[in-house]
Design a protein around this ligand. Sequence first.
Ligand code: AMP
Length: 560
Amino acid sequence: MLTADAEGEGLNRVFWQQEAQHLHWQYPFEQVVKYVEDGPRRRWFPEGKTNLCFNALDRHLALRADRCAIIHRDFCGETHPLSYRELWQQVNALSSLMAEWGIRQGDRVLIALPMTPLAAVAMLACTRLGAIHVVVYSSITSDALAQRVQACTPALILHHSDSRGRESLPTIPTTAENMRVVDTASAAYVKQLALHMDRHVPCVWLSSSEPSHILFTSGTSGVPKGIVRDTGGYAVALLASLRHLFNLADDEIFFTSADIGWVTGHSYGIYAPLLAGLTTVMCESSAVNAPGQNWWHMVAELGITRMLTIAGAIRLARRQGPPRASLTSLRTLYLAGEPLDESTETWVRDVMAVSCENHYWQTESGWPLLAGQGTALSAVFSRSAEVINPLNGEASPEGETGMLIIKNTLGPGAMLTLWQDDTQHDQRYWLQHRGQWCYATHDCAIRQGNKIVIQGRMDDVINIGGKRLATAEVENALGDLPGMVEVVANRTPHPLLGEMVALFVVTEALTSTQQALLKQEIRKRLVERCGRHALPRRIHFRYQLPKTFSGKFLRRMLLD
Ligand code: AMP
């Protein structure tokens, strides 16, 4: 039996017990955390019963019904506010309609909607009924959507056939058995929903560790991993993070720029601000809402107080020069999801005159793991981090690259497991270190004094302006092109996007005209299969590529 870090664990239990008191529990919990057998999986507040939707909406009706819950900036740049009461009414109506369609606790509902309040309404309607929502990003490709549908076998897909400024819409799979597909842009849907407008649907009280949602992440194997998160632990952790990490007051207007299909949008675009009874800004991505002066005008117009985005967005915004709107309402800019470069940070501080925090996290963690200013970060409250040599488990000496691990537990709000794959969850993410379970981030890091600097993934994901693309996804898309023998995708630095794809290609004997044609085919195929962000910055033709004895490409040698 593994021993826990007794002191840390003891303190954490008291801490999380107190944090949980800020939520509504229909049935109280007895234990704060329970181990699943002797393995790394934990159950938080296991005996407690609660509901995410109740905590995000119903709980606020007595005191904040008229407060603005969501400010929607639509794709034309128009603003539409929605109060907690209005949001609650819309959620009840959709819950009622979904119940009529037969959606029950544990059913999966795939949400492929644009960034409109309807997406938030759909998420909350699911959690109200105890259904498990699976939100995908609004620019998802047809292949990626088909893969997710196959993996999570939803009982319902909600999509929107009106493009609302989106470049392209995926093909919605319709062939699966027992799966209802609903187009929320259709007149039939609008008519059906209208019949449920005044309905009230009671919340289904779920055990705290029942799944509330699945969020897919890209993986190095090209197969996305379905991150499963619980109900009570997620709510407690998000609310606690607003208090202890984001230090939010009661009057905040929070703008998370990420799509709700990405973890930052999911956690801080929707759930965290609503759980705290604050106002969140949902901004549809379009040319008028692109990073730059439009954003700064929006900050000034809406009085946004906190903003969470990626460094790449700020690099894009910088191209339009210093903000030409007053940013005095903005208290902090949080940058997450990719390495923060010094010049972006300096620009935020000096030109925007706003304080800037760097948050490091993963889809798996649900909320930040490390945070700080600049690139040298510290573990956030309740979390404990170390850099180790992945080969022998020893702590890496200062300044030497190792793997970042989180000791003992990720705490509540992180993944419960992988969808239908406990084994991969346990084996991929958890290792035993000095008698404790530790979470393997698979990120390279170095220790600088008592701080940690993140260097990048140990496996291979390319971060193109915050969009993560597995090298395998690119390689799989190109492998069968005529004339292609082998292809390796790698990252190459890009001044604006951070990284772009570089390709190393081995071909059959081709003339230079044929090579030029192949380049065109490669570009066309990548846009079709992976999206425009996958367009390579460079394509190198090689006679052969460096490989290990076991046939794995030596990507790092190609980087050099
Ligand atoms: P995802 O799960 O797609 O959100 O990506 C998580 C990965 O993004 C992490 O494992 C890191 O490689 C990277 N990442 C996230 N935040 C930061 C950050 N602040 N600095 C450096 N890399 C980051």
